[in-house]
Design a protein around this ligand. Structure first.
Ligand SMILES: [Zn+2]
Length: 115
C-alpha cells in the first residue's frame, strides 16, 4: 500500500517537528490531498491510525482536506473543476489543459501540545 510509505514519511516529519518545538504530543495533523495525487484519503486515514500507536501522535486526529482537480483550458481559458478525470474542456472540447490544483499532497498544519 502506497499510503503506508507516505504515512511513514509523515511520521518522520512529525517527530522532527515535535522535537524542534519540544512538544509533548501531537493533537492533530492536517493534510491537503489532491484528487489526482494518487493517494486514497481513506487508506491514508487507516494507515495513520495503524502507524500512530506508541508514537508522539498516538492521540492525534488526522484531518484530510480533499482538493478537487481543477484545470484551465489553454485554448479558451475556462477554469473547470473535474470530477470525472476526462481531460477535455467542457466549453470548447480542447484537450490542451493545464492543471491548476488537485495533484498536491501537502502537510498543511500540525497542532501540538507544548510544555
Ligand atoms: Zn476550452
Amino acid at each position: 500500500m502506497h499510503e503506508l510509505s507516505i504515512v511513514a514519511n509523515l511520521f518522520e516529519i512529525l517527530e522532527e517537528k515535535a522535537e524542534e518545538k519540544k512538544a509533548k504530543k501531537i493533537l492533530s495533523v492536517k493534510l491537503r490531498v489532491g484528487a489526482l495525487s494518487g493517494v486514497v484519503p481513506e487508506f491514508l486515514e487507516t494507515a495513520f491510525d495503524i502507524y500512530k500507536k506508541d508514537t508522539i501522535a498516538a492521540e492525534a486526529e488526522l484531518k484530510i482536506e480533499k482538493v478537487p482537480l481543477k484545470i484551465q483550458c489553454k485554448k479558451c481559458g475556462a477554469e473547470i473543476v473535474k470530477d470525472d478525470f476526462i481531460f477535455i474542456c467542457d466549453k470548447c472540447d480542447s484537450r490542451e489543459l493545464k492543471t491548476l490544483s488537485g495533484t498536491e499532497l501537502l502537510l498543511e498544519k500540525i497542532e501540538m501540545e507544548v510544555n
